[in-house]
Design a protein around this ligand. Structure first.
Ligand code: ADP
Length: 256
């Protein structure tokens, strides 16, 4: 995890000019607080599955292993928790990598429709399992100057959420178009929705509207935070349109 303080203009102006104002102190302190909070959140998030794994291993060693049905169940739980740990570490590394960047690397002209096709292929099985239809309405001529993997990750996170937080037999609409030099992408679902009071916080790291539900769905709480960082990397904009029980739409605007 890179120290965010290193990246601030505030600190640079302090170093070069030697003048420090009350405002500077406040923002440095705030960044320090965000960093401390993140480290403490990460620690907690990593410890939870580990504690669970250790608990079940201990119970197995203490005799549960003799009952094959119980043992099989415990091993399944250990497997799920280990998978969660793996996903968490992946997301944390991804987030810290993007955070340390000012501009994206490996940029090349890529067709948006092709990326969306690959995203659909990856998530099709998960959608089918829930009876959710993935409906794609995309302008096929849109080419973006981007790191393909980054945009793919952004879309995977959004469509994955749109499936996870959907109702059985719901739908996800993936739309993209272009207007006055800008690319618009919309991921809209028919799911549980997000009440307005959470809108400003859902892009924060580890923020979940319903912690239990997110955990059950295998969420890390970092998906939207990664999305937001990727959008920022391209000087884009993302907003959410949603109400509880009314489905959710994420609208992205990229100046590309
Ligand atoms: P998670 O891993 O928990 O899904 P995210 O960062 O991807 O973490 O999302 C943060 C929270 O925002 C989720 O826990 C969920 O409560 C809410 N959320 C995200 N996408 C949707 C959606 N399409 N519909 C309803 N709620 C959503």
């Amino acid at each position: 995890y890179t120290n965010p303080i290193k990246n601030t203009d505030t600190v640079r102006s302090v170093n070069s000019g030697g003048v420090i104002t009350l405002h500077d102190v406040t923002s440095v302190k705030k960044l320090e607080q965000i960093r401390t909070e993140f480290v403490s959140n990460v620690t907690h998030e990593l410890k939870t599955p580990l504690t669970s794994i250790r608990g079940f291993v201990e119970t197995l060693k203490n005799g549960a292993i003799e009952d094959t049905a119980v043992a099989a169940k415990f091993l399944d739980i250990i497997d799920i928790e280990a998978e969660r740990l793996y996903m968490l570490i992946n997301d944390i590394l991804q987030l810290s990598e993007i955070e340390g960047m000012r501009k994206d690397d490996n940029i090349m002209e890529t067709n948006l429709n092709t990326i969306i096709g690959e995203v659909v292929l990856i998530l099709e099985a998960a959608a089918q399992k829930k009876g959710v239809r993935l409906i794609v309405e995309v302008d096929q001529t849109i080419n973006l100057l981007v790191n393909k993997n980054r945009i793919k990750q952004m879309l995977i996170n959004l469509v994955d959420n749109a499936i996870k937080y959907n109702v059985e037999n719901g739908a996800v609409y993936i739309r993209a178009g272009r207007s006055s030099g800008k690319t618009y992408i919309s991921i809209k679902d028919t799911g549980i929705g997000i009440s307005e009071k959470h809108h400003s916080r859902i892009f924060e790291r580890f923020y979940r509207v319903d912690k239990g539900r997110s955990r059950n769905m295998g969420g890390t709480g970092l998906g939207l935070s990664i999305v937001k960082h990727i959008v920022n990397l391209y000087s884009g904009d993302i907003r959410v349109v949603s109400q509880q029980g009314q489905g959710t739409e994420f609208l992205i605007q990229l100046p590309l």
